[in-house]
Design a protein around this ligand. Structure first.
Ligand SMILES: Cc1cc2nc3c(=O)[nH]c(=O)nc-3n(C[C@H](O)[C@H](O)[C@H](O)COP(=O)(O)O)c2cc1C
Length: 314
């Protein structure tokens, strides 16, 4: 079973991926948060930084594109190919209001005819294998029947299914009944994504679904970054990882304040790895001073007992 790190905008950027791989190896591929190509046919400074040449990294990463315009997709896919990537992923799942209302991300699922025209164009001339990351639909999981018929027409290198509809965002239970139907009927290889938060979750999933070759983890791996490493998430390595992230982001953002705000996003998921950390967590949330941030996070990592496994509160 291959294990992939989910793309997470604001969390799994290039700095995070490098640090994670260095301190906690075990991920087979890192999917990158989306890039939105535009008509301007150039990458912004930030996009270029976030899309480093593939051979400058010592792990496999896959760029993700968010667009409903086939020409923009093909232009950006060529940029990815030129930088040495071997796969490009299309975002068909982003539920955010602004993305959805522009007909991108999960917004592409509401108009199957347009989706088909888009896929016709990109699969006809893409310079790289294309994987898809999709939800079950917009409102009703049964929408997936039509969507799967469409996906089955193309050589999708990997169909990553997050078995929720758009209106569920990331909340509530995942729809395993629809997922299993998809598994039975897909002509393309499938990767499962959703709510896997511990090694045991992965083992149980793979025992029930031996035919699924890969799973993708998001929030669970942010919260328990060493889940896949032989020693698990030990305090010493976690501290070194987060100290290095703070240093790297401080350099990148030109100061520690923005670096701290950036890392507080990760703590949203990391905090529930620890017992008795609620009070410190509240102080951390309010903190606007980097020295205080450092003191609180060190105290959590060094003094709060780590749980046996993550206790997700999402
Ligand atoms: C803060 C945040 C940012 C995300 N950014 C992206 C993204 O850029 N592209 C994408 O396809 N999915 C994105 N996702 C969805 C995740 O990749 C994943 O599908 C979702 O978190 C469910 O998996 P999990 O239960 O393992 O976390 C994001 C999710 C969250 C919570």
């Amino acid at each position: 079973m291959e294990i992939y790190f989910a793309p997470m905008e604001g969390l799994t950027d290039s700095v995070y991926r490098r640090g994670h791989h260095k301190y906690f190896p075990g991920v087979d591929k890192y999917y990158m948060p989306f890039i939105s190509p535009t008509i301007h046919r150039s990458l912004t400074e930030r996009e270029a930084r976030e899309l480093p040449y593939a051979d400058t990294e010592c792990f496999t990463a896959v760029p993700q594109l968010l667009t409903k315009n086939a020409e923009d997709f093909l232009w950006a896919a060529q940029q990815c190919a030129d930088r040495g990537y071997k796969e490009v992923n299309l975002n068909l799942g982003c539920p955010s209001g602004t993305v959805f209302s522009k007909g991108k991300g999960s917004g592409m699922l509401r108009d199957p005819d347009s989706l088909k025209r888009f896929l016709d164009e990109i699969y006809a001339s893409a310079p790289l294998p294309i994987s898809l990351k999709t939800r079950l639909g917009v409102e009703d999981p049964r929408e997936f029947e039509t969507l799967l018929e469409i996906y089955n027409r193309y050589p999708v290198s990997l169909l990553i299914i997050h078995p929720r509809v758009r209106k569920a965002f990331y909340n509530g239970t995942v729809d395993m009944v629809q997922f299993e139907k998809a598994l039975a009927e897909s002509k393309n290889p499938i990767c499962y994504n959703g709510n896997l938060c511990a090694k045991e979750d992965i083992h149980s999933f793979s025992a029930v679904h031996p035919a699924v070759g890969s799973v993708m983890l998001g929030r669970g791996l942010i919260g328990d970054p060493g889940m896949l490493s032989p020693n698990g998430t030990d305090a010493k390595t976690l501290l070194a990882f987060y100290d290095e992230l703070l240093e790297q982001y401080t350099r990148l953002f030109g100061g520690p304040r923005n670096a701290m705000f950036r890392l507080k996003e990760n703590w949203r998921y990391l905090l529930c790895r620890f017992e008795n950390a609620e009070k410190l967590g509240k102080r951390l949330k309010k903190s606007t001073d980097v020295n205080e941030y450092r003191a609180i996070t060190h105290e959590i990592i060094l003094n709060c007992p780590m749980r046996k496994q993550l206790a997700p509160d999402w």
